[in-house]
Design a protein around this ligand. Structure first.
Ligand code: M6R
Length: 359
């Protein structure tokens, strides 16, 4: 049940630090070694390219996974929307390995791809919250999210759990190949800092609630912008917002705005920027100036060490590879409060089911 919580979504948002710690218990041995089966690591190692296939929020977790695998394993990764891949299979590399990300393990679009890759005898792994689910049974390997039941239609703790499991896998595979970055990555320490950082953010919900009132109370549309990982975060934050508040929200690559979409900016249009990815912060700030010059109301979500006077939401500093785990929290909370304030059913938005079992 949801206990003292008014909604499952809020409960599940709050559970995220505990899920991070539970995952550390599940995946780390007493001596700090990751317990991921050597057969799985060998099968992935034999591949020349990893293909991540998923839908919705799980797809967005896959976009973060690409950065983790490419940084820590030095192996190319493609991330695909399941419903597209199924009917327009891209030209595959010689030795592909498939990773299916699915909270429920029952998403028909993703399963349809697995049926095809199984027919082609390609090796596969399902990362899921549901042991014994269809995608878990039909893939060669399974890694569990250990996030506990996720009841709210809007996925929250499954996203952060998926990123954590992708991290474990990337570090284990990188170590398997004696890559320095992976060998030096102290998973326990870094993810522990993330859990503490999440708690700090979650203890200041009132600030996010007030910002949501100030920026989103009456608007019909809103933009999230960012570059790199901040772009991936923008897509996820925008999906959360539209799914439960029915505000038309777009996640945008900040640099693409000026190639057309900036025409939509009017006086008062909320533009929320993620300023987490060090390489691109200065450019995204430039894009914010362009939109504020056209009347947009800019709201910034920024890592502590890059914060400037006037920034609104400050994220505790963590390992640069793990910043999306913190950045997503204000996005989840903004969506929650926007829906709540408009009087909608937060946990059961219109037109949607928790798991989408039709193609
Ligand atoms: O169970 P899955 O992870 O396969 O579900 C995929 C999507 O249907 C799901 O993430 C959906 O986008 C959520 N409602 C987003 O909050």
């Amino acid at each position: 049940g949801k206990g003292a919580y008014p909604h499952y979504m809020l409960k599940e948002i709050d559970e995220q630090p505990a899920v991070m710690r539970r995952l550390l218990d599940e995946y780390l041995d007493a001596d700090g070694q990751l317990n991921i089966s050597p057969e799985l690591l060998q099968a992935m190692n034999a591949a020349d390219r990893l293909y991540i296939v998923a839908a919705g929020t799980s797809y967005h977790a896959g976009l973060i996974g690409k950065t983790l695998f490419e940084s820590l394993v030095q192996k190319p990764v493609e991330v695909h929307v399941a419903s597209e891949f199924g009917y327009h299979m891209p030209l595959l590399s010689e030795k592909p390995f498939f990773i299916f990300l699915t909270q429920s393990g029952e998403t028909a679009d993703s399963r349809q791809v697995l049926v095809q890759t199984n027919a082609l005898h390609y090796p596969s792994l399902t990362i899921t919250n549901s042991q014994g689910s269809t995608l878990s049974r039909e893939a060669d390997y399974t890694l569990l999210l250990h996030a506990g039941p996720e009841i709210a239609v809007a996925s929250t703790k499954a996203y952060t759990a998926q990123i954590a499991v992708e991290l474990f896998l990337a570090v284990a595979l990188g170590r398997h190949n004696q890559l320095v970055l992976a060998e030096q990555f102290d998973v326990h320490h870094e993810l522990g800092l993330v859990a503490t950082g999440m708690e700090a953010l979650l203890s200041e919900k009132e600030q996010i609630e007030t910002l949501t009132t100030d920026y989103l109370q009456t608007t019909r549309n809103a933009f999230y912008i960012g570059r790199g990982e901040d772009y991936a975060l923008s897509l996820e934050a925008a999906l959360k917002l539209k799914e439960i508040s029915y505000i038309q929200a777009e996640g945008f690559a900040a640099g693409e705005l000026k190639h057309g979409t900036i025409a939509l900016i009017e006086a008062g249009t909320p533009v929320i920027a993620f300023l987490v990815d060090e390489k691109t912060i200065a450019h995204t700030r430039g894009n914010l100036q362009e939109v504020t010059a056209r009347g947009a109301q800019a709201l910034t979500i920024v890592s502590e060490r890059f914060a400037q006077e006037g920034d609104q939401v400050i994220l505790p500093s963590v390992n640069p590879l793990l910043t999306p785990l913190l950045g997503v929290i204000p996005g989840q909370l903004i969506a929650y409060y926007a829906s709540l304030h408009r009087g909608y059913d937060v946990d059961q938005p219109r037109n949607l089911a928790k798991s989408v079992t039709v193609e």
